[in-house]
Design a protein around this ligand. Structure first.
Ligand SMILES: Nc1ncnc2c1ncn2[C@@H]1O[C@H](COP(=O)(O)OP(=O)(O)OP(=O)(O)O)[C@@H](O)[C@H]1O
Ligand SMILES: [Mg+2]
Length: 507
């Protein structure tokens, strides 16, 4: 049975098409009308659903300064209680932001046929009711049966079961200040994807773990078979897999004239049948040095640039690990960058992996995947002066990946520093607390769903509270992110305990 919480009335210039006010009924048992609650009323057009945006308490007795003076001056308020029945005159008003009109199938109030935009205001005098859970789920676009359980919809007892297809069909971003809970939310999402029933279909997950925060997942018995950890110290780029322009990308100073020369040497190595398309940087250098023809200074410069690349100790005759072997359906591959400090080296690795994954996906050699990029502003920055080797490929996946079922998840604590091209392609946004006004403005610029009202709510979110908006849901929803099912050891150790256990390493 529908639970009535109030009655629509006229207040200031409302109701209009986008908002309506209602007087809240006196508090009933177990019903607490709060900001964020989803309610509906029957308007001339149909069932009008909205969310309570503001609650105002009014008391006519206390709008007049003289009455307050008289009330406070009296030495015996009990005598005046009869004259000033102020408590009886207190009433609360809720302002509801209209979200949409529901059309039900064949007047069956359980089956939503479609949701429309409203064109007419709510009617004063009509009752206001709480939206029932199953209607709310359908209205928000949740997937009650197979959805990813990310937590609880705020002000309700309902689980936020996000539809996986809707979240991963287009790219998404997880944004907040440092410590806002991005990595925590990401591990909740990973738990959900890895524990999904095998019959439902789940893409492969690839994660760039900049600080080694996710390797604890490998210690969890329920998940460990589905997780591969690749330490970047052993990572090797396969030189034969690189196009000649990749050399310019990795070593910017190489000129186009030198690149043209380089391509001739590489072609010769590729044609050499004995090598079976296996050669290293050393082989290219050898080829250049042994060549009698060609401009000497160009050759010298090339050898210099290639030797500098060699010092990165990143290149070999074959890629390691073989990327098509480590990417599997419903498995997580973590590239652990914890021990690497050189940002250039990290960007080269990210660039190479992204390029290869995209190519392998386009040629259907690996399953659809979700690529999670932690600290995305390091790999795909906005500013022109903060060039990043990996920026073009991340922007390319952001623009084109969707057509090939390659989904990108960008995680960042500085949205302002993240490429606008990439961020604006992130259709769904999972936003935790953001305080910086520049970041909020950047977010507003990159997504029309984020209005001024939302930005003020975003800046007051607590740890573990998020706003999800975009393709994943029909309307922006506030969610309390659930606790992780599996905890890391370090999470259970307090700082004091860690200090007690710490011992200096013997030199
Ligand atoms: N949903 C949650 N439930 C309980 N605790 C949480 C939740 N989200 C975050 N936390 C707590 O907040 C801490 C910081 O979260 P997290 O490491 O995810 O932040 P972050 O946004 O990734 O920060 P950074 O940008 O510095 O990487 C976590 O260690 C955890 O204790
Ligand atoms: Mg983090």
């Amino acid at each position: 049975m529908a639970i009535k919480v109030g009655t629509v009335f006229n207040y200031l210039q409302l109701p209009n098409v986008s908002k309506f006010p209602f007087v809240i009924n006196k508090r009933q048992d177990n019903i607490f009308v709060q900001k964020g609650l989803f309610v509906y009323t029957k308007s001339n057009e149909g069932f009008l659903i909205g969310v309570i945006e503001e609650i105002i308490l009014l008391n006519e007795y206390f709008t007049d300064a003289l009455t307050i003076k008289a009330y406070n001056n009296n030495n015996n308020p009990n005598i005046l209680k009869g004259l000033f029945p102020s408590e009886d005159f207190e009433f609360a008003i809720a302002i509801v932001k209209c979200l949409g009109l529901i059309k039900f199938k064949d007047n069956n109030l359980k089956e939503i046929e479609k949701v429309q935009r409203m064109t007419y205001p709510a009617s004063p005098g009509k009752g206001v009711y709480i939206v029932e859970e199953d209607i709310l789920f359908k209205f928000l676009g949740f997937d009650t049966d197979y959805g990813l359980d990310l937590g609880q919809v705020k002000v309700t007892n309902s689980k936020a079961k996000i539809n996986m297809n809707r979240l991963l069909n287009k790219h998404f971003a997880i944004l907040s200040i440092s410590g806002g809970g991005k990595s925590y939310l990401t591990s909740v999402l990973i738990e959900e994807l890895l524990s999904r029933n095998e019959d439902y279909g789940t893409p492969a997950i690839i994660l760039f773990d900049v600080h080694g925060e996710y390797i604890y997942l490998k210690d969890i018995p329920e998940l460990k078979n589905k997780i591969k950890i690749q330490d970047i110290s052993y990572f090797q780029i396969g030189i034969p897999k690189l196009s000649v322009y990749s050399f310019k990308k990795y070593q910017e100073q190489i000129s186009y004239v030198q690149i043209r020369e380089l391509s001739k040497y590489i072609k010769k190595l590729k044609r050499d049948k004995n090598r079976k398309n296996q050669y290293t940087l050393n082989d290219i250098i050898g080829q250049i040095e042994n060549e009698t023809e060609g401009n000497r200074s160009t050759k010298q410069a090339l050898v210099g640039w290639l030797s500098e690349l060699k010092r990165l100790t990143l290149f070999g005759s074959q890629e390691n690990p073989l990327l098509n072997n480590v990417v599997n359906k419903q498995q997580l591959t973590i590239f652990n960058f914890q021990k690497e400090i050189s940002i250039r080296k990290k960007q080269i690795i990210v660039d190479y992996i992204c390029n290869r994954l995209f190519e392998l996906r386009r040629t259907n050699n690996i399953p659809p995947f979700l690529l999670i990029v932690e600290e995305a502003h390091q790999f795909c920055p906005e500013a022109a002066h903060a060039k990043a080797i990996s920026k073009p490929i991340i922007e390319m996946i952001a623009r084109e990946g969707r057509k090939f079922m390659a989904c990108l998840c960008l995680i960042s604590q500085r949205p302002k520093k993240l490429s606008t091209t990439a961020l604006s392609q992130c259709n769904s946004k999972l936003v935790l607390n953001i305080k910086n006004p520049y970041d909020l403005k950047h977010l507003m610029d990159s997504s029309e769903a984020i209005t001024k009202e939302y930005t003020s709510m975003i800046s007051s979110l607590g740890v573990g509270e998020m706003l999800i908006m975009g393709n994943a849901v029909n309307y922006p929803v506030f969610i309390d992110v659930r606790e992780r099912n599996f905890k890391s050891k370090s999470e259970e150790t307090s700082l004091a305990q860690f200090c007690l256990n710490w011992q200096s390493k013997e030199l």
